[in-house]
Design a protein around this ligand. Structure first.
Ligand SMILES: N[C@H](CCC[C@H](N)C(=O)O)C(=O)O
Length: 293
């Protein structure tokens, strides 16, 4: 019998995800294995979602999240949808309660195949995000990039969805900004002691925002679910939109609702690409033969 754990290469609106089945095992996916899988064009990913046995009664599984640089993340909305789709296909169950390092999280697959994830409650306190210095109002913090008298990006909103986010509001097309250049500088800016996911956002209607995100530990991605949620709550907080919005990421639209009970619900698709087995210590992997059950 093959002792190596199975994995599925999936994506959530183009956010490249590996769902690793670590159930029944005591070992974990090593950061070195993550980096090796990320370096291989066939398994290139933004996040690994490692499904472990539950730690807490009442939860189905413990999910550990790794970025492509091997660092760990507290939240990954698109990855959670992939986990739900994989487990729903296997078990026929459609509702799940998971645990992550950031807490308990509920998710559900709908009859049309779309998946909703309750991303929990946003936090806006400067220590919670965290920021390195006190800001009483995180709807707009002092931070800018570009020439001092003509900044290209400035005054972002900051929020935590379990992980740190900064959202820069822009009036022009989000593709007209050189996020590849500014992203790494802002991700690692000293104002963010745990680094941050960096988003540029353009409000196009009272219920619509278009974004691009430079992810902490992963770089430019086609979708970042937690950034879409952080953008939605920040847009509503700054009265740019209402509490129900469509956030369009490069991979497509996500429906976000900031409910009255303060929970943020994100709904979108997930897609399976191929399956295989891998070594959680090294990242060496093989693809399953197609059509063999
Ligand atoms: N792609 C993920 C976010 C990953 C966040 C990660 N880059 C970090 O916070 O370190 C999402 O769909 O929410």
């Amino acid at each position: 019998m093959d002792e190596r754990p199975p994995f599925a290469k999936m994506n959530g609106l183009g956010n490249e995800i590996i769902v690793a089945d670590m159930r029944g095992r005591a070992d974990r996916v090593a950061p070195a294995a993550a980096r090796a899988l990320a370096a291989d064009p066939a398994t290139r990913f933004d996040q690994i979602m490692a499904i472990h046995d539950a730690k807490t009664p009442g939860t189905a599984h413990y999910i550990e999240i790794l970025n492509s640089d091997g660092s760990s993340a507290q939240a990954c909305g698109n990855g959670m949808r992939c986990v739900v789709q994989a487990l729903a296909a296997e078990t026929g169950t459609r509702r799940f309660t998971f645990e992550t390092v950031a807490g308990i999280l509920n998710a559900e697959e709908h009859a049309d195949g779309s998946i909703s994830v309750d991303m929990g409650m946003p936090r806006f306190g400067w220590q919670d995000i965290p920021l390195a210095e006190e800001f009483r109002d995180t709807r707009m913090i002092e931070l800018q990039i570009g020439p001092i008298d003509a900044p290209v990006l400035h005054s972002p909103s900051a929020a935590s969805m379990g992980n740190p986010h900064a959202i820069f509001w822009v009036d022009e097309d989000v593709w007209s900004y050189d996020l590849e250049r500014f992203g790494p500088l802002l991700e690692n800016h000293p104002i963010f002691p745990e680094r941050a996911n960096i988003t540029i956002a353009r409000v196009t209607a009272p219920d619509a925002v278009t974004i691009r995100t430079w992810e902490r530990g992963a770089g430019l991605t086609r979708a970042c679910g937690s950034a879409a949620c952080a953008t939605a709550v920040s847009a509503a907080r700054t009265r740019r939109t209402g509490r129900i919005v469509t956030v369009t990421v490069p991979g497509g639209p996500l429906a976000i609702e900031w409910r009255d009970d303060d929970h943020v619900i994100m709904t979108g698709p997930a897609e399976w690409e191929f399956s295989g087995r891998f070594d959680p210590a090294t990242g060496a992997w093989t693809r399953d033969a197609e059509g063999v059950v």
